[in-house]
Design a protein around this ligand. Structure first.
Ligand SMILES: [Zn+2]
Length: 247
């Protein structure tokens, strides 16, 4: 059973550990020691070293006592600014910050839940599959931590990322994403009147490439647009470059 008081106290404890993006060390160390108290190891990867951050991603594996496919749960350790010196204030059933910082429930509510789940599993004989818990760094800066994480170290083939709004029970199964396209076509410059045969026109090459690219609505969930083009330096010079940007 969920111990509500324990969960609330732990949430308050977590939000009061500063962990703005790039400065997750104190929280990472806290989680390592919390899992160690439960006989579990939080393995830190090299993402912090690669990114020049204080700490890396943490992966905890809880052995299953049931022969079922494993499950992954993920949350991020970092918060946005202003997230230093957070003071949690609990009034009735609401926990808020003191007003001059964020609270950091994104994503410490998830971390508190995962620690509570861990305690429930350890303190009971509930059958459960192998469970992996992943705590990432610098999510708020563009998923920097998870991009450095070795996904091959995860055994579960199914997982939940606890990091979304909406009523309890809401599961988000897909979200829009955008990829930016920028390509530069290189040619060779020459004087357009004196020796055009020595040049390679990058704008013409780019036009040939663009005319072969599908644009607009590609299928029910994908669109493509080329929205910017620039190139060349003068009307009488064969352009040796052309840049096209789209999404
Ligand atoms: Zn989040």
């Amino acid at each position: 059973m969920v111990n509500e008081n324990r969960l609330v106290q732990r949430f308050i404890q977590l939000v009061q550990i500063d962990s703005v993006s790039g400065e997750e060390k104190e929280l990472a160390e806290f989680l390592k020691s919390e899992f160690a108290l439960r006989g579990l190891t939080a393995v830190e990867d090299r993402a912090g070293l690669v990114l020049g951050r204080q700490a890396g991603n943490l992966l905890v594996k809880i052995p299953g006592n049931k022969n079922k496919p494993g499950l992954l749960f993920a949350a991020h350790m970092d918060t946005v600014e202003p997230g230093r010196g957070v003071k949690a204030i609990k009034e009735d059933d609401v926990i808020r910050s003191s007003g001059d910082t964020i609270l950091g429930s994104d994503d410490k509510a998830a971390i508190a839940i995962l620690l509570e789940a861990c305690d429930i599993l350890i303190g009971s004989n509930i059958d459960h599959p192998p469970i992996e818990m992943l705590f990432t760094i610098s999510e708020e800066q563009g998923l920097l931590g998870i991009k450095q994480f070795d996904l091959g170290s995860i055994e579960a083939r199914m997982g939940y990322v606890l990091d979304a709004g909406g009523p309890p029970g809401t599961i988000v199964i897909q979200a829009p994403c955008q990829n930016e396209i920028e390509y530069i076509v290189h040619g060779k410059s020459a004087h357009a009147g004196m020796n055009p045969e020595d040049g390679i026109n990058a704008i013409q090459l780019a036009a040939m490439a663009v005319s072969n690219m599908p644009c607009g609505r590609l299928d029910t969930s994908t669109t493509c647009n080329l929205g910017l083009i620039e190139g060349g330096i003068a009307r009488n010079i064969v352009p040796d470059w052309c840049r096209i940007k789209g999404e």
